[in-house]
Design a protein around this ligand. Sequence first.
Ligand SMILES: Cc1ncc(COP(=O)(O)O)c(C=O)c1O
Length: 378
Amino acid sequence: MIASQRHLFDIPEDIAYLNCAYLGPLSNATVSAGRQAAGNKAHPWEIGSEDFFTDTEIARSLFARLINASDDDIAIVPAASYGVSVAARNLALAEGQSVVMLAEQFPSNVYAWREAARLAGARVVGVARPEHGDLTRAVLDAMDERTAIVSLPNCHWADGALLDLEGIGQRCRELGAGLVLDVTQSAGVLPLDVRLIQPDFLVAACYKWLLGPYSTGFLYAAPHRHDGMPIEFNWRGRLGSENFAGLVNYEDAYLPGARRFDVGECANFQSMPAVVAALRQILDWGVPEIAATLTARNADIAARAASLGLESLNARQRAGHFLGLRFAQGIPAGLLEELNKAGVYLSVRGDSLRITPHLYNNDADVDRLMHALEQLID
Ligand SMILES: Cc1ncc(COP(=O)(O)O)c(C=O)c1O
């Protein structure tokens, strides 16, 4: 268990921020790295050609460690949608085949597939939460010989409903289907090993649970996808691009590994130092330790909410860092506004009140939340 890390963040004591699934706050160290990086461009003469490569390689390597990949497997992307588009460009889909996903999946992992299906004459299948509650079984039941691609999160973005990705990965291999994962809502807080799951592609935006800046993210491409086709063609992705004087000796070969999928201007020297600081902090804490701490935090909230008559998904069916509370009569009107007035910040997604803490939360935040809910329910 990790004690509250509130002292590393600029979050006032009278704010209970329980909304990491919306936007993760930057730590003080990440803000300092970002400020310094922003200042660097006031002196462009101090930015050397090597600076277009150094931090991106460090960030690539840190993210690789988080998911047990190799540095070569990682590309730098600006958004989850970008990574999903790379995957859609590189996975075959034919008439009559299907793409399997969850019903009400986050749109950045939906639209690229709808478009690919439209062009191919294929179908998109959205797996709804089954009565029996076992979402993994429902996904497996929806997969058959016509399934060409399965594109999923690790847990549902509305209430944290959890999938067994190892089992789904195995079934994909049996069927010869491609597996794409959007782990934006779990990277850094739920241990994940690409060597066990074996996805073709995996994407994560940095601005939630990785506590990094907006417009930054990572794409993992499995080694057998490294020779795929990027969705745009920038100067830096080519072999020898570090030789600025030779850039117009146009080069057909790409940089090694997944670097060909790096977004244009990925050096992003104003954000990349902040990304590096954020990833270092997550790795220092340790993903299993973060997971255990947030699981305990939410178990406590779930138990206290149950005594107020609020239901949540059974702990075995949801990711520990997520808690979706349901009101018997639906979400009361004006609930969020009232909670905000009490200094409590969380989200409503679908019919659940989504509670997503991180290590900056403390017991006083939970007391504040429970007190506000009690007042509202009375
Ligand atoms: C599951 C999931 N994926 C991705 C995103 C963000 O997508 P993008 O980076 O394309 O804006 C979100 C944002 O809420 C999300 O919940």
